[in-house]
Design a protein around this ligand. Structure first.
Ligand SMILES: [Zn+2]
Length: 298
């Protein structure tokens, strides 16, 4: 049995998986505020999904947003500020009474999809989350590549390459720098892009709905957004050359996204017709806890 917990700013979601990925139990509760209360909630969550300790006290995986230093066991997360400065992984292990491994949520997403999701069987996988922010992760031969600083795959804060007038003026990113690719590829970025191209402020679901209904302006915005994604992925292909790119997050459902990227990214990479495949994630919002469970593959 593999136990995974997705520790978010508002909720804790946990799952127990069989080796073949079958879900044995799941549990959900609000995230309390404060460090000690969070540790208690994690221990209670483990009791809820595995009350009998039936796997003999095996390891627990925890997925977290933000910068996760898995080696030092420390976390810096905007939504969980009370974790900062603590040896979180060690403290969680003590409170739960089992070994704990932690990883960034985008890394867990990528691991989940590489293990039994849309990227199963691909040796090198680049995972992309397009939502309120833009995250990424790298999995090689079924294992997360964390990086020396816990940053591997964090492509959202690179500048958007080959910027053009139609992208609009570079917006200042949440990280403080101007023109990060997150500022055009995330949900708010898509809305800003549509306002720049068409003058109207709409949220992403409305832009998608209008495009599906035949609105050429909305379809044009989605095509430009997907072209920006193709440009943003081109350096990833040149540097990492993954077998598979898997896309998750709320914006992965935008109509025609993967098709447009497949058509366009050859124009921006050294391979005119990249063999890399791109697909939408299979496990959706469950990828955090499922990937966390996969942090203990043995
Ligand atoms: Zn940024």
């Amino acid at each position: 049995m593999q136990l995974g917990i997705d520790l978010g700013g508002t909720k804790i979601a946990a799952v127990a998986l069989d080796r073949d990925g079958t879900e044995l139990a799941r549990h959900r509760r609000p995230t309390p505020r404060g460090y000690e209360a969070t540790l208690d909630a994690l221990a209670e969550t483990v009791d809820a999904i595995d009350p009998a300790g039936s796997d003999g006290g095996g390891g627990i995986g925890i997925s977290l947003p933000g910068v996760v230093d898995a080696i030092a066991g420390r976390v810096r997360a905007v939504n969980l500020p009370w974790l900062e400065g603590h040896s979180f992984a060690a403290d969680a292990a003590r409170r739960i009474g089992r070994p704990v491994r932690i990883a960034n949520d985008a890394n867990c997403f990528t691991l989940s999809e590489a293990t039994d999701g849309a990227a199963v069987g691909a040796p090198v996988v680049f995972g992309v989350i397009l939502g309120t922010g833009v995250g990424g992760g790298i999995v090689v031969d079924g294992r997360i590549l964390p990086g020396a600083n816990g940053l591997a795959g964090e492509w959202g804060h690179a500048p958007l390459p080959w910027r053009e007038e139609a992208d609009g003026p570079p917006a200042v990113c949440g990280c403080g720098k101007p023109g990060c690719l997150e500022t055009i590829l995330c949900g708010a970025g898509l809305s800003r892009l549509h306002r720049h191209l068409d003058g109207e402020m709409l949220d992403p679901p409305e832009i998608a709905a209008r495009a599906l209904a035949g609105d050429t302006a909305a379809a044009g915005t989605l095509a430009h957004h997907a072209d920006a994604l193709a440009r943003a992925l081109a350096p990833v292909l040149n540097l990492l050359d993954p077998d598979m790119v898997v896309v998750g997050g709320g914006l992965s459902a935008l109509p025609g996204l993967c098709e447009t990227v497949t058509r366009r990214w050859g124009a921006w990479t050294l391979a005119a017709e990249p063999r890399t495949r791109i697909a939408i994630a299979r496990h959706g919002a469950e990828s955090g806890m499922r990937g966390a469970a996969r942090l203990w593959p043995d």
